[in-house]
Design a protein around this ligand. Structure first.
Ligand code: SF4
Ligand code: SF4
Length: 377
């Protein structure tokens, strides 16, 4: 049985506590015979042609990814880059979902279930892509995504990694097909040994850490020198295809050419770097909460699990604050002005559901809202 590959995706910036946790994990896992360990720059910042992404695409077996990202964000970043597999279930308790956020709508605060995409997967086409057609084959392996913000103790991660690695060998009923496949296919260990030099460096994380320590300091916006390849911080939407319904509201809303369609008519983020840094506008108009900006400070926008829901009442409206769609339109206008273009407000690309939605029967909440209106609060 091939060893799983543990991928440690480094944090942006130079936070000493984060660097310490990464270094301790590397040190402990480098001497663990049950796993291979690798160190790569922050996954979100990696362009498709970066050698670290090529390295990840070259790994055929199970992968355990530890990153400073919500697992949902990490999984779909990798999926888009063709690092694909079935979703592995982590038993680690999440702590980051409890973080405060300062600009969430009530819809975004609903629920924290780790596996909120189960329904989409049940209804989906078997490749984890929910309702969106995807012609790419799904490799018969698992990808586990663990959030390094959840725990500060190395031991918690080591225990979970060992549970997953040992489970591969002993949990035969659930793993039988993948075990049988591994007999027919080249073993991960053999493929790893045959990696070209420029990719094999990622399997020498202790050397990489030593190189980084001795490298001259870069600008704060340019991270991790990976053997000469500078990694710049990026900002772009990541689509969670287990939730996406291919409704096209994002492509209608974005006026900056970020979204596109593949030959099957499936939505995709076509021009990642055309997205406006810091702007999360389209995530607010997506009716399925399927658009993730992993670097956003609001957990639900950054990929924390939450219920996909129709907002029965938007409390912010009661108190005069803008709704999520109004906020998105304002954020879009700001970017249009920065580009020297005219603002469009709510006149273009506003979600169809708000215009076409059939009216629901009145209920007690409607009566409550009417009473408040009558009081002219
Ligand atoms: S708005 Fe959301 S659900 Fe609709 S196509 Fe875009 S990502 Fe998918
Ligand atoms: S955040 Fe703004 S610029 Fe970026 S994809 Fe969404 S609407 Fe387009």
């Amino acid at each position: 049985m091939a060893k799983p590959l543990v991928v440690i995706s480094q944090a942006q910036g130079k936070n000493p506590a984060k660097q310490q946790l990464e270094a301790e994990l590397v040190a402990a896992l480098s001497s663990d015979a049950n796993v291979e360990v690798s160190l790569v720059p922050n996954l979100y910042d990696l362009a498709a042609d970066h050698s670290a992404m090529q390295f990840l695409r070259s790994i055929p077996g199970d992968v355990i990814v530890l990153s400073w990202l919500y697992p949902r964000g990490a999984r779909w970043i990798l999926d888009r880059q063709n690092v694909r597999g079935h979703e592995g279930v982590s038993l680690l308790e999440s702590k980051t979902d409890d973080e405060e956020s300062d600009d969430e709508s009530p819809a975004r605060k609903n629920g924290n279930g780790r596996h909120g995409s189960d329904d989409a997967k049940k209804n989906g086409n078997g490749n984890g892509h929910g309702e969106v057609p995807d012609s790419r084959p799904l490799p018969n392996r698992k990808i586990y995504c663990l959030d390094l913000r959840d725990h500060s103790e190395v031991k918690v991660y080591l225990d979970e990694i060992r549970r997953i690695a040992v489970g591969q060998v002993f949990n035969l009923p659930g793993q039988l097909s993948s075990t049988l496949t591994s007999i027919a296919e080249p073993k991960q260990d053999e493929q790893v040994e045959n990696l070209p030099h420029e990719l094999a460096k990622y399997l020498r994380p202790l050397d990489l850490l030593a190189e980084q320590k001795s490298a001259t300091s870069l600008d704060d916006d340019d991270d991790v020198p990976a053997n000469g390849e500078i990694v710049r911080r990026r900002w772009y939407p990541v689509i969670d295809y287990s939730r996406c319904t291919n409704c096209m509201e994002c492509i209608d809303f974005c006026l900056f050419g970020v979204y596109g369609l593949d030959p099957l008519g499936s939505i995709l983020v076509e021009q990642q770097d055309s997205c406006k840094k810091g702007c999360p506008a389209c995530s607010r108009v997506c009716p399925a909460n399927a658009i993730v900006f992993p670097g956003h400070k609001t957990p639900a926008i950054a990929g924390a699990d939450g219920e996909v829901g129709d907002v029965k009442i938007d409390l912010s409206k009661l108190f005069g604050a803008p709704s999520a769609v109004e906020l998105a339109a304002r954020e879009r206008d700001v970017e249009l002005v920065r580009d020297g273009r005219d603002t469009v407000g709510l006149t273009i690309g506003i979600p169809k559901r708000l215009k076409d939605k059939p009216k629901k029967p009145r209920d007690e909440l409607d009566d409550l809202i009417d009473s408040l209106d009558a009081l002219e609060l």
